[in-house]
Write a protein that binds this ligand. Structure first.
Ligand code: IMP
Length: 432
């Protein structure tokens, strides 16, 4: 048995969903610990595309329990939509396939409105997903949050809803927002509660029990380490802990229960929303990566900013999450380029730095130092697929060498079969 945390090692959208989905073959439980409907994990199975926003990527595996942990913020309208969609396709067939923490906080319509109204103001804009994530966490920290379990107690729910609205009214008024209709919101949310009731439980205890039982448990990170509220590129971050430590805090699981932390990164870098991005490509190569990699937000549809692989950023992720091995995804997107670049360090104020600085002005001033490597072909020859070419092998090896971490998986396309796994944390003895 193993308890494994998988984190995105960049700014999100690293292709985590697909790798997590592959690893779940041997997992009994897949757990999300933070964030909410700002995430969008794309999975392609048998040529069919599935996007999950709240439910962890294990959803496509029969017998896997998917857990939405206490540290999450849940928009029940999105969740019910997602549950209905998956159930209609035959997934989540048993009630025990899904657990939603009673203590997860609820995103309300006015949280989404505050998020949108704020982000529309250029002076405030950090390019959020406008799903109400930040404002929901603000209510939680202000101790005026309304939680999933409150939905099961209608009177309590109505009282807390009224209290939360009262608390947020000055902000809503200042932003020019509408006065929320508490009666309408309560009716809508309590109707959704009827559908969610079978899933609402003490997630922390259930995950703990699974670990004690000896199940294989995977904690699946949403967003990426560089968007972490404490250790990311603040203020251009999300409002939760996306580093590996957040998994323990988000589920109330002690760090002594975790066996390993694995990271996932793309062979290049992308970012949505604002904030400094030292290796950003604003030229034709950037456009090419965007087009080939289909780098448009799966939640918002926004074009993602694209750039070369940034090792100083990855080193920060490796250090702050204790990443022991790295998966490299979307290497097919780089195929066909004559030259592929890796940023190995930054030049900053006359010095060379090898880890991303988190002071926002330093980061904006950092100049990438590149190492150029030969590209690999796009088209597979019958005996040598692109993944097996000398140039591709060299790129993967060089990333591992520069990070001082093994690369345990590489991905060469969207489908399950286009991944080379050299290590499976749930079957370490069975792998090459
Ligand atoms: P929020 O999480 O919606 O508050 O957005 C804050 C920042 O995090 C913005 O730059 C978003 O684009 C980014 N972000 C949030 N979730 C994701 C994700 O799942 N992938 C990539 N970026 C994200």
């Amino acid at each position: 048995m193993a308890v494994v945390i998988v984190v995105g090692a960049q700014w999100g959208d690293e292709g985590k969903g697909k790798i997590v989905d592959l690893l779940t073959e041997r997992a009994q439980m897949v757990v999300r610990w933070a964030g909410g409907a700002n995430a969008g994990h794309t999975l392609v199975v048998d040529g069919k595309k599935h996007v999950t926003r709240l439910i962890p990527s294990g959803v496509l595996r029969a017998g896997v329990t998917c857990v939405l942990g206490e540290g999450m913020v849940v928009d029940p309208t999105v969740l019910v939509d997602e549950v209905r969609g998956f159930r209609a396709q035959g997934f989540l067939a048993r009630h025990q396939d899904l657990v939603v923490a009673a203590r997860a906080h609820l995103t309300m319509p006015y949280h989404r409105e505050i998020d949108r109204l704020r982000d529309e103001r250029p002076e405030n804009s950090i390019g959020t997903t406008r799903k109400g994530i930040g404002p929901t966490y603000e209510s939680k920290a202000a101790r005026t949050g309304v939680r999933m379990g409150d939905l099961l107690h209608p009177e309590r729910f109505r009282g807390q809803l009224a209290r939360q609205i009262e608390h947020l009214m000055p902000l809503l008024t200042a932003l020019g927002g509408a006065v929320p209709d508490a009666t309408e919101i309560a009716a809508h949310y309590l109707a959704l509660a009827d559908e969610l009731r079978p899933y609402i439980a003490d997630a922390s205890k259930l995950v703990h029990d699974a670990i004690v039982r000896g199940d294989n448990v995977m904690f699946e990170g949403a967003q990426g380490v560089l968007l972490d509220i404490d250790h990311g590129t603040y203020p251009f971050v999300t409002s939760s802990s996306s580093t590996a430590g957040g998994a323990c805090a988000g589920l109330g699981i002690g760090p002594t229960k975790i066996d390993t932390v694995l990271g996932i990164a793309k062979g290049y870098a992308t970012r949505v929303g604002g904030g400094p991005f030292p290796t950003e490509l604003t030229d034709a190569t950037g456009d090419l990566l965007r087009k080939r990699g289909n780098e448009f937000g799966s939640v918002t549809g926004r074009p993602r900013r694209c750039g070369w692989l940034d090792l100083p950023a990855l080193r920060l992720a490796v250090r702050t999450s204790g990443i022991e091995g790295l998966a490299l995804t979307k290497l097919d997107v780089l195929a066909g380029l004559e030259r592929v670049r890796i940023c190995t360090g930054y030049r900053l104020g006359g010095a060379t730095v090898d880890e991303m600085p988190l002071d926002i002005d330093d980061l904006a001033a950092a100049e990438p130092i590149y190492e150029d490597l030969e590209g690999w072909p796009a088209a597979a020859s019958s005996d040598t697929p692109p993944s097996a070419t000398k140039a591709a092998t060299r790129f993967v090896a060089r990333v591992g060498e520069l990070l001082d971490r093994p690369v345990w998986a590489t991905s060469w396309g969207a489908g399950r079969s286009e991944t080379i796994l050299t290590y499976d944390p749930f079957a370490p003895d069975a792998m090459v």
